[in-house]
Write a protein that binds this ligand. Structure first.
Ligand code: ASP
Length: 161
């Protein structure tokens, strides 16, 4: 287990890039690439390379990519949970419900997801989470925090303090 709190205090982190895509034929894709976390033991496998943990995509349902504290994200299989929620709800509620469930184990995460119809949801319980998206019917947008999109600090999801 990595001392994630200590790493955050020292400001040592490599961050992750995650991407979800939907093509004209209705194919969903998801991918993540990460530098991992500073201080990780050799051979550590975080959430980013594990389907169902740091990413997932399924035609007809949607896709999700996640960044954050890999030990907690993997333990909760957070991408798999998000896909489950996407069967019943829209992508914004799906990522918010997933963050709620992450509180059971702690940790910070940011998620971006597609619903089956190509609608987009994203949320984070970290202080910031950079997101950019664009589509044939969506003009390009870039945010550094959910608060920028909603205009309200209250909309940022906070994990268990
Ligand atoms: N999730 C990545 C990991 O735990 C780290 C990150 O997202 O910055 O390896």
């Amino acid at each position: 287990m990595i001392a994630t709190e200590q790493i955050k205090k020292e400001g040592k982190s490599h961050d992750t890039v995650g991407c979800i895509a939907l093509d004209q034929a209705g194919n969903f894709a998801a991918a993540t690439s990460t530098g991992g976390l500073e201080g990780a033991p050799v051979g550590r496998v975080g959430d980013s390379p594990q389907p169902g943990c740091g990413f997932y995509a399924e035609n007809g349902r949607g896709a999700v990519a996640i960044s954050g504290d890999g030990e907690y994200i993997a333990r909760m299989m957070l991408a798999g949970r998000t896909m489950y929620h996407l069967e019943k709800t829209d992508p914004q509620k799906a990522v918010e419900e997933s963050l709620e469930e992450l509180k059971k184990v702690g940790g910070e995460a940011g998620l971006i997801a597609f619903g089956h119809d190509g609608s987009i949801g994203w949320a984070h319980n970290s202080s910031h989470f950079s997101v950019a998206f664009a589509g044939s019917e969506i003009s390009p947008r870039i945010y550094l925090s959910k608060a920028e999109e909603t205009g309200s600090q209250d909309k940022i999801l906070k994990g268990a303090a």
